[in-house]
Design a binder for this molecule. Structure first.
Ligand code: HEC
Ligand code: HEC
Length: 460
């Protein structure tokens, strides 16, 4: 080789080597810069928890949330299904309403009343965030910005409010909190003549929310303890002008005060602490926002797109309302056939603690719930209903209920996704990092007593 050629070869070699080094660096940036870039690309930032509620309103809400005075037969409170000791759910696949007895996973259905709800209880974490736009599995309480994106959001509710956030409601959570008292099997009750139990709501029509709300206000305002708590929370509102919207606000205030938890390892990582997540958790995060495509639906600061999808969750349970044995999900509200079997993408903070999972609790382990997404059609074939509680098997008609579920599978989950066991482990580790350790210690939310004097089993 002549000298110039040798020189040229050396130069090329150096250039190639240099290029190789940059290529290497590009291919393997630090795991933190990969995850932080994925979070930035997905637009994920720290969650705004919303304004802290007024303390007198929180104390009124604490009484109301734990008081069985809120139900027709005075046998069930909000907290019965949203237990602080059970990560704000009840640990059951399907919630059990009025008439049932016991708390948490031990709660038993009453043979006569059979109040098995069609759905799994939803957690109540961080619901004061102004980013919340859609409540309930079918989005029956929703806020939509007007088409031009300007002005107050338009609120859709099942009771036909005139379309705006009711003037007295502080936030969307307050609106959502007004509805659980309505359904007969949830809190209202329909039995008229149970000796020793007066239920003045038994005769109120199932869809007459105002009938139940007005009746409940009469009950509360007969009790001096409540008159006092309302007066402290609403010093400027005369007693006769208090309505159930004020109850909704107080219930929301308690939930925001007690259940806003934003100290998970993931939240600390978002706040800038690289050491908050382990390497496995970080790899899981990179998968979540990348190859595993979870963020296509569980995106944003709340891990939900506030939208509805059919991921082929098997149907079990009594079905929803008058619309038959199936639970049509969003279609039951929108009456749009396109929405059949679509459910609101659930948020994922503290999801390790809120099982069983899916809209009907058909998934008894979190790993099963995650793996279901990877290949719903195959997973569906393998469903083993014998693991579910007998009462649920008895009210399910599996074949009939599941005739059409797979026909409209969301395209994002329709093609099977291959992940190795190690990768699923990493995803699971990431989900675990979304849990705030304080979730194990929420007994402070529970009052010592409630103004009705009704017993409330100690929860913590
Ligand atoms: C019998 C059990 C039960 C009782 C009692 C109950 N809930 Fe629920 N809660 C549920 C179930 C089940 C869901 C999901 C229902 C659905 O989406 O159709 C739910 C959903 C919610 C949601 C929606 C959360 C979200 O992100 O969409 C809120 C808010 C809520 N409940 C608050 C309350 C309040 C406040 C009370 C008392 C007034 C109450 N609940 C009483 C079982 C119960
Ligand atoms: C097509 C949108 C979509 C994608 C993509 C998606 N999910 Fe889901 N996910 C949902 C919906 C909708 C549900 C509720 C389904 C139901 O109950 O019928 C759900 C349920 C869950 C649940 C159970 C939560 C609960 O409270 O019951 C977990 C956990 C979960 N998803 C994690 C993941 C992970 C991890 C990935 C990525 C591998 C993923 N999801 C991808 C839409 C999606």
């Amino acid at each position: 080789m002549s000298t110039p050629t040798r020189l040229l070869a050396a130069c090329v070699c150096i250039v190639v080597l240099a290029a190789g080094v940059t290529l290497l660096v590009d291919l393997d940036p630090s795991i933190d810069s990969q995850l932080r870039r994925a979070l930035a690309d997905a637009g994920v930032t720290r969650l705004d928890p919303g304004p802290a509620p007024d303390s007198a309103l929180v104390e009124l809400g604490r009484a109301l949330f734990f008081d069985r005075e809120m139900s027709g037969r005075r046998d069930i409170a909000c907290a019965t299904c949203h237990l602080p000791s059970q990560a704000t759910v009840d640990g059951l696949s399907l919630s059990l309403g009025t008439g049932a007895s016991g708390l948490g996973p031990e709660r038993q259905v009453d043979a006569a009343v059979k109040s098995i709800l069609p759905r799994n209880a939803i957690d109540l974490f961080n619901r004061g965030s102004p980013e919340w736009r859609t409540f309930f599995w079918d989005g029956r309480v929703r806020a939509q910005l007007p088409a031009d994106g300007q002005g107050r959001p338009v609120v859709e509710t099942p009771a036909g409010f005139p379309g705006m956030i009711p003037p007295g409601a502080d936030n969307l959570l307050a609106v959502a909190s007004m509805f659980p008292v309505g359904p007969s099997i949830e809190m209202k009750g329909e039995d008229r003549h149970i000796p020793g139990e007066e239920n003045e709501f038994a005769a109120v029509e199932a869809r007459d929310m105002h009938g139940v709300w007005d009746g409940l206000m009469q009950r509360f305002l007969k009790l001096p303890g409540y008159v006092d708590l309302f007066a402290r929370a609403y010093p400027d509102v005369p007693k006769e002008q208090l309505t159930f919207q004020h109850v909704g606000n107080a219930l929301a205030a308690l939930q925001i005060d007690a259940f806003t938890l934003l100290e998970s390892p993931f939240d600390r990582y978002l706040a800038g602490d690289d050491s908050a997540l382990s390497e496995q958790e970080k790899r899981g995060g990179i998968l979540f926002y990348g190859k595993a495509k979870c963020a296509a639906c569980h995106g944003g600061n709340l891990f939900t797109d506030h939208d509805f999808h059919n991921i082929g969750a098997p149907q079990i349970g009594p079905g929803m309302g008058f619309k038959g044995i199936e639970d049509l999900g969003r279609a039951g509200e929108s009456n749009d056939a396109e929405d059949r079997f679509k459910f609101r993408t659930p948020p994922l903070r503290n999801v390790t603690e809120t099982g069983p999972w899916f809209h009907n609790g058909v998934m008894l382990t979190l790993r099963e719930a995650v793996e279901y997404h990877l290949d719903p059609e195959t997973a569906f074939e393998r469903i083993d209903l014998s693991k579910l509680p007998r009462e649920i098997q008895q009210v399910s008609s599996f074949d009939l209920q599941n005739l059409n579920v797979m026909h409209s599978l969301d395209h994002r989950v329709a093609t099977p996704l291959e992940l190795s066991e190690t990768e699923v482990d990493e995803l699971m580790a990431f989900l675990k990092a979304l849990t705030d350790p304080a979730v194990k210690d929420m007994g402070g939310a529970v009052p010592d007593s409630v103004p009705s004097g009704l017993r409330f089993d100690k929860l913590d």
